[in-house]
Ligand binder design. Structure first.
Ligand code: C2E
Ligand code: MG
Ligand code: MG
Length: 728
């Protein structure tokens, strides 16, 4: 049983197992049948033998009866001669009525009388237990007319039955083997009906698991259960196929998201770095040069803030399209994020060829953008780093190209800059300054210098411009040109700008308290302050805190901050102007230099950049340009101030063209508050101390600044009576 179990378990396939089961069942049935048949045959042979022996004994008994009655043993013996011809008889004994052997027959030799008697006894005992014996024997009385004459004992030769049984068994075994062979064939044939659908499912499963092709299906079967199994299996495959497709789609999406920029569809930083690394490996084998261009749009943030993100996105799409058009197949263009793009150029012959590609990009990006109804002017700055001279890894090259791009921006934007090793020093210095800036505010390292603005007609100090200075503990006095752009980049300008407004107003209030009347103070305001700060709130609060008239404060805005329709900035400036704060355009002429847009802007004063004065005393043409700007500004109702007056000639020319105010080293350099106060009093020996009116508002000063009409007043808590300054 255990062996059968072992064989069954070790059978590898379902088909073999099933075949084994069928064969086992068949074998058991056939063997049992065979055994039953053999037992039955044996029994039948035995019975038949006995009947035959009985019949034989009756015949022999009748033959020997008379001879036995006469005790003629010889005649008895003679009567047995017929029996001797029968090969199935093994032994025969005729006993007389005294139980003495009268005659006997024995196949083969029998020894002395003792052996004969033993045979007789053996035959007698066997004849009594005749059932299922291979050599049946019988003992019967010999009767004649009711008298017992003797006894006959016959024993059959066992070979007769043995041969019969052997023959029957051999035939049965032959039939059994044939039946088993036939059953095997039938089993093999019939079990296919059951196993084929199962095998089909198993084969399909195996194929699917190898090929991962979930589109395969199992054909339906004719049995209900198998059909249901096949259907469920197919449904399961369909489900897996659907999920597999979903998974593939998601994987593709994820792969795309991980490697491509969602907005522009360009490769992102990950893919760019990967491709660049591969290109670098190739280039290091072949010895080719490679260039990385770092492209950044100038003032993109402003466009985004002013026109909204939708316009910003469209602009980026257009930028990506323009850059793609200018990128060779084989080179990779990527968007790193925001308005930052990178390209790497393979097989560059010289730095100049990389620079010329960069210049080409600058040119294409400078073409005005038409987005919806808007025409936008955008420029870009590009930094270039070369392999192998500026770095050997993707990370270093991108970082160095980025640094070069920063330098391009600092040099005035819309520019290409090639990385140089000295850039590291510049950048690390800048980084150092950047870190120091944060500390400087807390440590009160900043100070305001004041530069007077002179009224050319009356020759008086009409106001002062507050100019920030950084008293760096190690570097000494740091110029605002160095740290203001940094503060703007880091956003620290918001805190710094607020501090400047508060400090300038505090100073003006202090001077007023000292009895030094200065009508107005001007403060430079960064475009970022307009966009990200509650400038109106800060100004109102500061003026109130320092009990200053709103017209005592002037805010200087660079013209680039106002060129585009910067909704929020313009609204804030308008609100500031409405409460009486003066708004001036600083460095006019360095940017868009369009006087026509000034009409629409909330501006009171125009500060002409000092570049217009540079050659004015030598060049008639320059003088004419300056004169035209002054005239046009005046005609627009704006006050005009010219910056950077360094010589007496320049002063004369300005006076000649009716420029109202001027500022420059010729009159005074920017100076600390105390010096400003000292110089002012020293310059004006006959100066009467201005009278401070602590209560009530005479409105005189306010009226004077607003053109003499008293109706415009009402902004200041305290006002000062104007006194004309004695001129030297
Ligand atoms: P700005 O507002 O145009 O200021 C005038 C600049 O010209 C000052 O430089 C001043 O010292 C210089 N200057 C005045 N007269 C002459 C002259 O006759 N010749 C020459 N060559 N230069 C003259 P400074 O103080 O170095 O300031 C540079 C710039 O830094 C300022 O230009 C302004 O844009 C910015 N800045 C200064 N202080 C602040 C501030 O508190 N906030 C902001 N946002 N920017 C400031
Ligand atoms: Mg200024
Ligand atoms: Mg200026």
């Amino acid at each position: 049983m255990k062996i059968a179990e072992y064989i069954f378990r070790s059978a590898s396939s379902f088909r073999t197992k099933q075949r084994l089961v069928i064969m086992l069942a068949c074998s058991i049935v056939l063997v049992v049948t065979l055994l039953c048949f053999l037992v039955y045959s044996f029994y039948t042979f035995n019975r038949e033998s006995r009947e035959r022996l009985e019949a034989l004994s009756d015949i022999v008994g009748a033959d020997v009866g008379a001879a036995l009655a006469f005790g003629d043993d010889q005649a008895v013996s003679k009567s047995l001669s017929a029996i001797k011809a029968d090969p199935s008889i093994k032994r025969l004994f005729i006993l007389n009525d005294n139980e003495q052997i009268s005659a006997h027959y024995h196949r083969g030799d029998v020894g002395p009388p003792v052996d004969l008697l033993r045979c007789l006894n053996a035959t007698r005992s066997e004849s009594r237990q005749h059932f299922f014996k291979l050599s049946p024997s019988i003992e019967r009385p010999i009767m004649k007319e009711g008298v017992r004459l003797g006894t006959i004992l016959i024993e059959q030769d066992e070979h007769v039955i043995t041969e019969k049984i052997v023959a029957t068994s051999a035939i049965s075994l032959f039939i059994l083997s044939f039946a088993l062979g036939f059953s095997y064939l039938l089993a093999d044939r019939f079990q296919r009906i059951i196993t084929d659908p199962v095998t089909a499912i198993a084969t399909t499963m195996q194929e699917v698991s190898y090929t991962k092709d979930y589109s395969k299906r199992v054909s339906a079967s004719d049995t209900d259960e198998m059909n249901t199994l096949a259907e469920r299996f197919n449904e399961m495959l369909s489900e897996i196929e659907r999920r597999d497709e979903d998974l593939l789609e998601r994987q593709e999406q994820l792969h795309h998201m991980a490697n491509f920029d969602v907005l522009t569809g360009l490769p992102n930083r990950v893919l760019f770095n990967d491709r660049l690394e591969q290109a670098l490996l190739r280039a290091s084998r072949t010895g080719d040069q490679l260039a990385v261009l770092f492209i950044d749009l100038d003032d993109f943030k402003m466009i985004n803030d002013t026109h909204g993100h939708r316009t910003g996105d469209q602009l980026l799409l257009e930028t990506a399209a323009r850059l793609s058009a200018g990128t060779r197949a084989g080179d990779t263009l990527a968007r790193l994020g925001g308005d930052e793009f990178t390209v790497f150029l393979q097989d560059i012959k010289s730095p100049e060829s990389a620079l010329s590609v960069a210049r080409k990009h600058i040119k294409t990006l400078f073409v005005p953008y038409q987005i919806d109804e808007k025409r936008l002017f955008v420029s870009a700055s590009i930094g270039v780093a070369l392999f192998p001279s500026h770095g050997t890894t993707a990370e270093t090259l991108v970082k160095n190209a980025d640094s070069a791009m920063y330098l391009a921006k600092e040099k005035g934007k819309n520019n290409v800059e090639l990385f140089t090793d000295s850039l590291h020093t510049i950048l690390s210095e800048r980084l150092g300054l950047c870190n120091d800036l944060h500390r400087a505010l807390e440590q009160e390292e900043f100070e305001l210098y004041y530069q007077p603005r002179v009224n050319l007609e009356r020759n008086t100090w009409a106001s002062a411009e507050a100019l920030i200075r950084w008293n760096h503990p190690e570097l000494g006095m740091v110029s605002p040109d160095k740290f203001i752009p940094l503060a703007e980049q880091t956003g620290l300008i918001l805190q710094l700008g607020e501090w400047v407004i508060r400090e300038a107003c505090r100073q003006l209030h202090q001077w007023h308290a000292q009895g030094f009347y200065l009508p107005r103070i001007s403060v430079n305001v960064s475009p970022l302050q307009l966009q990200r700060q509650d400038l109106l709130g800060i100004v109102k609060e500061t003026l109130t805190e320092n009990r200053l008239c709103t017209q005592a404060l002037e805010l200087e805005i660079v013209e680039s901050a106002l060129v585009e329709d910067m909704g929020r900035s313009i609204t804030i400036l308008r609100e500031l102007k409405e409460i009486g704060v003066k708004i001036s355009i600083d460095d006019f002429g360095t940017g868009y230099s369009s006087l026509s847009y000034l009409r629409t802007l909330p501006v009171d004063i125009l500060k002409i950049d000092r570049s217009f004065l540079l050659n004015v005393h030598e060049s008639e043409k320059d003088e004419q340009i300056l004169a035209a700007i002054i005239a046009m500004s005046l005609s627009l109702g704006l006050e005009v101030v010219t910056e950077g007056v360094e010589s007496v000639e320049q002063g004369h020319i300005l006076r000649k063209h009716k420029c109202q105010d001027a500022q420059g080293y010729y009159f005074a350099r920017p100076m600390p508050a105390e010096e400003f106060f000292q110089r002012f009093t020293a310059l004006q020996p006959g100066l009467e101390r201005f009278r401070f009116k602590p209560s009530g508002c005479t409105k005189t000063f306010c009226c004077m600044l607003s053109g003499g009409s008293s109706s415009n007043c009402g902004h200041g808590t305290f006002c000062f009576a104007e006194r004309r300054l004695a001129t030297s």
